[in-house]
Design a protein around this ligand. Sequence first.
Ligand code: TNX
Length: 564
Amino acid sequence: MKRFIFVILALVCTACCSRPQNFNVIPMPASVNLSEGSFCVKGARVSIDQDLDSSSVAAVWRFIGSLETATGRKCRAGDGGFRFTLDEGLEAEEYALDIRPDGVLVRASGLNGFVYACETIKQMLPAAVYGSVRAGANWVLPCAQIQDKPRFAWRGVLLDAGRHFWSVEETKRIIDVMTAYKLNRFHWHLTDDQGWRVEIKAYPRLTETGAWRSGTQIGRDKDSSDGIRYGGYYTQDELRDVVDYAAARGIIVIPEIDLPGHTVSALASYPELGCTGGPYEVRQRWGISQDILCAGNEETFTFIERVLTEVMDIFPSEYIHFGGDECFGDRIERQGLVPWDKCPRCAARMKELGIKPGHEARHYLQNYVSARIQKFLVDNGRKVIGWDEILQGDLAPGSTIMSWRGTKGGIEAAGKGFDVIMSPNTFMYIDYYQTREQDKEPLCYGKYLPLEKVYSYEPLDGMPDEAGHRILGVQCNLWTEFIGTPRHLEYMLLPRMCAASEVQWCAAGAKDFARFDASLDHSFEIFDAMGLDYCLACRGLIGYDRLPARDSLELAEYLSGLEK
Ligand code: TNX
């Protein structure tokens, strides 16, 4: 009996050690060994090896800067404190930390590794290290050896700037919080029916006209409009500024120009690009429009190529996203004819291509448009990504599919040998409600996607073994039809993005919802320090025991304040 108890105790004890107490880093690093003792970061010395590249050195000094601000003490160059050293044996995003009472050794092989090492250290410190003021706190790091690298290379967030426009400043705040959770792809949805947000020099009306709508649907009432002119766009300089800001943090910005559907804002600017010639107006309500770029008109392709040429000049990313979704929504499919079916130029194009008339014809015509866009981008040295609708018909090899209508499209595409990014609406659409008390939450798209469901996602579920390597990664998508303020935007993003970060980063089988959930309290303090809003009720029901630090408000007041 004694021996039995001893064995149980020993098992419990090893379990405690492998899951360190008070270690609240999200996403959980691959390997963590906490040991006795601690290292004081206040006024610590810093030495950076000469062979680090300039972007890594800049990232290290940004990190040191945040330590200095929060602790109120300068960190001077010198030995015996933090040492940042290049280790080319590590993978591109890998890092290692050795924290001892007499110093901290940080190893990585490049920018992303150094950024993630610094972010892990920051999450191990009091949350005030994320703030912009000096704070009295216990500025010590627990001693530990940490070795860490991500499961997936693509760890994305989509931000929809088409339905609502987000300032450069707000966009950078989103990039900051992505950095803190080691995400590395910022998918910027820049054009939609309700607004065109990219300055294109060859087509100035896209932003003079297309960036502005004369009203916005009120709540869920599709026939309403608030009559208030709304809009905005980014100049090319502003876009480049965001690209550089993200790049300095190891984040690649992938622009999406949604084609050939979701283009009413472009049609309102240049009506000759549509099948009917218009007039069109920048859409005020949500949902899918039947009006799309005319596939029979050569001018459409000139337009697409000129726009994409400027886009490629602004965005150095290997990938360009050309949309391809919802050209003909399900309801439209059932209703019958769409402008493409009735357009003589589209008919001539189908004839020329030998596309047989019938229900499928429009999909083959869309394939033709996709293939031309793809060829153009590939000829210019880029790769293409499209939403899973582009799988209908024949798809040119080399495309990457973003699976959004559940996981089906992704599984099918991977099976056919295409690269895939999984962003299934069933697990990764963070524009859906996060509690069951939806009447109390700010209005949003609808449906229900609680934190736990996001966390539970296993990207290789249902994937044939031999196709698993096609999954580049995972992305959560923040569509903004019903999100009009930065505070509401952050509330929808956080903390579900943190749950996504563990799906994206942690090895299969390394996730543990109870551990994650317990770590979240520390993340809430981080959001408070960063001045970000978040959903405290993400745990299922609205039953707040406290509110985000920014106000001392009643719950109802707090929630309604998010929308103003
Ligand atoms: C579907 S995801 C869309 C978006 C909407 C979103 C709302 C995709 C390719 N299309 O246009 O904003 O649903 O959840």
